[in-house]
Ligand binder design. Structure first.
Ligand code: NAD
Length: 279
C-alpha cells in the first residue's frame, strides 16, 4: 500500500495559527533578528523565507546582511548589540558562515535565552541533560511530523542517519527522551541497510540525494527526510521518494515536508525565548 504523505506545509500552517493566537495574548510583539553573512544562495533563500514568515505572522523582524569578507569582530559586535536589545527576543545567525569565521565562537556569543536555533552549547547541553530549554527547530519539526502520524514513539526502533550537531544529534536526543531505541548512523557506518531496514522510524539528514532506497526501508515505517539537495533547478531530499513511498507507512516530501515545519518551529521557539527572557 502506498504511504501517507506527511504534509509539512499543512502542519506548519496549523502551528503558525496557534503561534499567532498565543502571540496576541502577549504584552510585547515578538522580535526576531536574522543575521546573514556572505552570499551562499541557499542561505539567502532560507533567510528570505524566515523573514517572510515572521512578517506574515505580524512579528517584528530585523535583518542584517554582511558581505562575504565581513570580519569576525563585526559579526560578534552585532550579536552583542542584539543580545542587549529589548525588542529583539530571538537571534538567528544563518549557517554556514564564511570560511574565515570561527562558527562556534559566533554561535556561542548568542545569549542562550535568545538562541532560537538552539545551537549554543548551553541549549545543546541542556538537551543532553533532559533539561530542555530551547530545542533545535529542525529536530522539533521532525518530532512533530512523526507525532502527527498518531504512532507512539515509545519502544520503537528509531534510526537517525546523520550525526551533525544541528540536526542528527538533537533528533536522536529528542527520540531518546520519548523512549525510542535509537541507532545513529553516519558516513562511517558499515552496511547502512542493516540498520535502516530495522527502523520503525527513520530520520535521514545526510545531505546525499537518494541515499535511502526502497530496499533499505521496512514496510510501514515512518520516513522523515530532512535532506535538501539541489539538482539543477530541482530540490530533492535524501530519500528516493518515488520508490520508498510504495513501502513506507508515512513519508515526508521534499520540498514541503520538514522545511516549512522548521520555520514554524523557529517562531514557536521565539515565543519560548520571550518566556525565558521574562524569568
Ligand atoms: P552535515 O553535512 O553537517 O551532516 C551530514 C551527516 O550525514 C554527517 O553526520 C555524515 O556523517 C552523514 N552522512 C553523510 N554521508 C553519509 C552516508 N553516505 N551514509 C550515512 N551517513 C552519511 O549536514 P546537516 O547540517 O546535518 O544537514 C543534513 C541535510 O539536511 C542537508 O541536506 C541540509 O541541507 C538539510 N537540512 C535541512 C533542514 C530543513 O529545515 N529541512 C535544516 C537543516 C539541514
Amino acid at each position: 500500500m502506498a504511504a501517507i504523505i506527511l504534509d509539512g506545509k499543512k502542519e506548519a500552517n496549523k502551528l503558525l495559527e496557534s503561534i499567532k493566537k498565543r502571540a496576541k495574548a502577549l504584552e510585547e510583539k515578538p522580535g526576531l533578528a536574522l543575521v546573514l553573512a556572505g552570499n551562499n544562495p541557499a542561505s539567502e533563500i532560507y533567510v528570505n523565507f524566515k523573514e517572510k514568515t515572521c512578517k506574515e505572522a505580524g512579528f517584528y523582524c530585523e535583518r542584517y546582511n554582511f558581505p562575504e569578507n565581513v570580519s569576525q569582530n563585526e559579526l560578534l559586535k552585532v550579536v552583542d548589540e542584539l543580545n542587549q536589545k529589548r525588542e529583539i527576543h530571538g537571534i538567528l545567525v544563518q549557517l554556514p558562515l564564511p570560511k574565515q569565521m570561527d562558527e562556534s565562537l559566533v554561535v556561542d556569543s548568542i545569549l542562550p535565552n535568545k538562541d532560537v536555533d538552539g545551537f549554543t552549547p548551553v541549549n545543546l547541553g541542556n538537551l543532553v541533560n533532559d533539561n530542555n530549554m530551547m530545542e533545535p527547530a529542525t529536530a522539533r519539526a521532525c518530532i512533530a511530523l512523526i507525532e502527527s502520524t498518531g504512532i507512539k514513539i515509545e519502544g520503537k526502533n528509531a534510526v537517525v542517519v546523520g550525526r551533525s550537531n544541528i540536526v542528527g544529534k538533537p533528533v536522536a536526543l529528542l527520540l531518546l527522551q520519548r523512549n525510542a531505541t535509537v541507532t545513529m548512523c553516519h558516513s562511517k557506518t558499515k552496511n547502512l541497510l542493516e540498520h535502516t531496514k530495522n527502523a520503525d522510524i527513520l530520520v535521514v539528514a545526510a545531505g546525499k540525494p537518494n541515499l535511502i532506497t526502497k530496499a533499505m526501508v521496512k514496510e510501514g515505517a515512518v520516513v522523515i527526510d530532512v535532506g535538501i539537495n539541489r539538482l539543477g533547478k530541482k530540490i530533492i531530499g535524501d530519500v528516493d521518494f518515488e520508490n520508498v513511498k510504495d513501502v513506507a507507512g508515512f513519508i515526508t516530501p521534499v520540498p514541503g515536508g520538514v522545511g516549512p515545519m522548521t520555520i514554524a518551529m523557529l517562531l514557536d521557539n521565539l515565543l519560548m525565548a520571550m518566556k525565558l527572557g521574562r524569568r
